[in-house]
Ligand binder design. Structure first.
Ligand code: AMP
Ligand code: MG
Length: 410
């Protein structure tokens, strides 16, 4: 039944609210050494100070030659030529090549003026005084031309690039020792719940191990933020507020888990609701309907539900893209594709459902049911299956949208 009190914010509306909130939390830029830039987000268009290759060089160990001298070489008509110079990689003075001679040359050494082909050592007798060439490559072969990979002055990496291994390699290749990157938003992570106990200690009846802060902090770091985990607090408003306020000064975002549902001891809702600067809403999503966002003492806060799967999926759907957008990342969203369902599914009307899935490259299987307590199943999933609000059942073989998240299998 739909009554005004049932009104739910759509997934896209809440995504936009969180994105706006986190855009204001963006902490600017900083210059970092390239050696410390892995995983950071480029905040400048990085122009190439040198072309790539930097100079025309040899792709093979062999002999730099003139095609006119060696082009006719064959096993039955070998060509014998004097070796005028030896060119190891790193030689900086490279004499030009006179007609009727060759230079012995190693991979990466500059190709001398006058040479227009490199004969690989395998096609020769390997001589050092004179060389016998028994086969010639095609004209122009084995030359790596200056600038053929990248011209000098062009943008090698645009702002918003996440610096992974190959991007760091490119930045180094064009001579950069440091880069301007987005500062990482400092994210406080705080779990709530009187039933929670730190892993590594014995459980009393009714207690469970606290896991959301580990999960969320790792997700924050993987998204490009810098998580700091506060020690979890019981369902006590004063203790919650005291913990938050003691740590808020250096934070760009506070992320809480738990205490936002419809129960009696909803510590986050009780504590932050009273401030009047945090909205608690129901979102038309499963899992993770109860959500909150706003500010505490001017610092943005997003309150996630406590069920571990809800916490994880809420972060994935609402926080991760907003955080990555705030960092300026060119592609803030997960890679998405469609895949046929291995089996049937059902879904509640009026809710966008994000089910845990496993994608084998051809079809997608559900991993566990919709229960938001199924942490073991969550850890075996590598994608989220998105079921639109107006879909209540789908037969096996239906094409569904999937989001490729980081999973156990990747
Ligand atoms: P809540 O949102 O606080 O009502 O919690 C919903 C469910 O999630 C309860 O079963 C909690 O015990 C569980 N839960 C809440 N927070 C955590 C946490 N940090 N780690 C593990 N389970 C949690
Ligand atoms: Mg709780």
């Amino acid at each position: 039944m739909s009554t005004p009190t049932d009104h739910r914010r759509t997934v896209d509306e809440h995504r936009a609210v969180v994105a706006r909130l986190l855009a204001s939390a963006s902490p600017g830029t900083e210059e970092v050494p390239l050696t410390a830039a892995a995983g950071r987000v480029l905040a400048e268009d990085l122009a190439a100070a040198v072309p790539l290759p930097v100079f025309t060089n040899s792709a093979m160990d062999g002999y730099a030659a003139r095609w006119a001298d060696v082009g006719a070489a064959s096993a039955s008509a070998p060509v014998r030529l004097p070796v005028a110079e030896d060119l190891p990689a790193g030689r900086t003075d490279v004499p030009p090549l006179a007609p009727g001679t060759v230079h012995r040359i190693m991979t990466g050494a500059p190709v001398p003026e006058g040479a227009d082909v490199v004969v690989p050592v395998e096609e020769t007798d390997g001589g050092t005084g004179t060389v016998v060439i028994t086969s010639s490559p095609a004209a122009g072969a084995y030359l790596r031309h200056a600038g053929e990979d990248l011209a000098a002055g062009v943008v090698a990496l645009p702002a918003g690039t996440v610096l992974g291994p190959s991007q760091l390699g490119l930045a180094a290749s064009v001579g950069r020792a440091s880069v301007l990157v987005a500062r990482r938003p400092r994210v406080l992570v705080l779990s709530t719940g009187s039933e929670l106990v730190a892993p590594g200690t014995p459980l009393a009846p009714g207690q469970i191990y606290e896991s959301n802060s580990l999960l969320l902090a790792a997700a924050v770091d993987a998204a490009g933020g810098e998580a700091r985990t506060l020690h979890f607090v019981p369902d006590d408003v004063d203790q919650f507020l005291a913990t938050v306020r003691a740590e808020l000064a250096d934070a760009d975002l506070l992320l809480t888990s738990g205490g936002v549902s419809m129960g009696a001891y909803e510590v986050v809702k009780d504590a932050l609701g009273a401030l009047g600067t945090v909205d608690f809403v129901k979102v038309a999503v499963q899992p993770g309907g109860p959500q909150g966002s706003g500010t505490v003492d001017g610092v943005p806060v997003v309150t996630l539900p406590g069920n571990p799967v809800s916490s994880s999926v809420s972060f994935e759907v609402f926080v991760r893209p907003a955080l990555r957008r705030a960092l300026g990342i060119r592609q803030p969203e997960r890679l998405s594709t469609t895949a046929p369902l291995a089996g049937p599914l059902t879904s509640p009307a009026g809710r966008r459902q994000y089910l845990r899935g496993s994608f084998d490259g051809a079809q997608v299987s559900l991993v566990g049911g919709p229960g938001s307590h199924l942490v073991a199943h969550l850890a075996r999933a590598d994608c989220l299956v998105v079921v639109p609000e107006d879909v209540t059942s789908l037969p096996a073989g239906s094409e569904v949208q999937i989001l490729l998240v980081e999973g156990a299998l990747r």
